[in-house]
Design a protein around this ligand. Structure first.
Ligand code: GLN
Length: 228
């Protein structure tokens, strides 16, 4: 919806896929929490509305935004040229690369994507991790909607590796020390918040909230007392 519609409704509706810690995941209390959720909450607070979170498969987020089922995508989504053809993105708010995760105890320690040739690799459907491995035809790719299922597949030895965003790989490895990150693939990605094309007022509002996040309390004081 537009800025006016969101205020009228009293609710900001965001879409996300919560198997992506620490950006969005389901906690012990069965709540969706994380870095992205805190950003979304800030946007809702600034708008003076409630936040509603819709849990969707990652590859359904863009269609949901385009058909007005959600107002924003806040899902650790990388700004790509392909996606930017169909939706708009906020200014970048996080840098990312891809990581290769393997079982730690078997001596298979791929250092590059090339090392995954002839191997079975799990990814999340429609992610940039899916794209980088699908580019190499010798890799046998299995695509999951949930990263939790991709890691279950790795645990059960039905795949040899999982490829996903670095910060999220680190979070999974911390929780499940039997897995290790064997390599970082420098993809130079940047996350943005997805906004429907043409929804300019909302995009500008989101950009203001995000750019304010980068300002220190000192910057904000200088702005308050010396600028404008
Ligand atoms: N950053 C990756 C992408 O945009 C993965 C995002 C995710 O799985 N939530 O494709």
């Amino acid at each position: 919806g537009t800025l006016a519609e969101i205020k009228e409704r009293g609710k900001l509706i965001i879409g996300t896929e919560p198997t992506f810690p620490p950006f969005e995941y389901v906690n012990e209390k069965n709540e969706i929490v994380g870095f992205d959720i805190d950003i979304a909450q800030k946007i809702a607070d600034e708008l003076g509305v409630e936040l509603e979170i819709v849990n969707l498969p990652f590859d359904s987020l863009i269609p949901a935004l385009m058909s007005d089922k959600i107002d924003l995508i806040v899902a650790g989504m990388t700004i790509t040229e392909e996606r930017a053809k169909v939706i708009d993105f906020s200014i970048p708010y996080f840098n990312a690369n891809q990581a290769i995760v393997v079982r730690g105890n078997e001596g298979f320690m791929p250092a590059t994507l090339e090392d995954l040739k002839g191997k079975r690799v799990a990814v999340q459907l429609g992610t940039t991790g899916d794209l980088v491995v699908s580019d190499i035809k010798e890799i046998m790719v299995t695509r999951f909607q949930k990263f939790t299922d991709a890691f279950l597949e790795l645990q059960n030895k039905r795949v040899d590796a999982v490829v996903l965003d670095e910060a999220v790989a680190n979070a999974y490895v911390k929780t499940f020390p039997k897995f290790v990150v064997s390599a970082i693939i420098d993809t130079g990605e940047k996350y943005g918040i997805g906004v429907k094309k043409g929804n300019t007022e909302l995009l500008e509002f989101v950009n203001t909230v995000v750019s304010n996040l980068f300002k220190s309390p000192y910057d904000l004081l200088v702005e308050k007392w010396f600028e404008e």
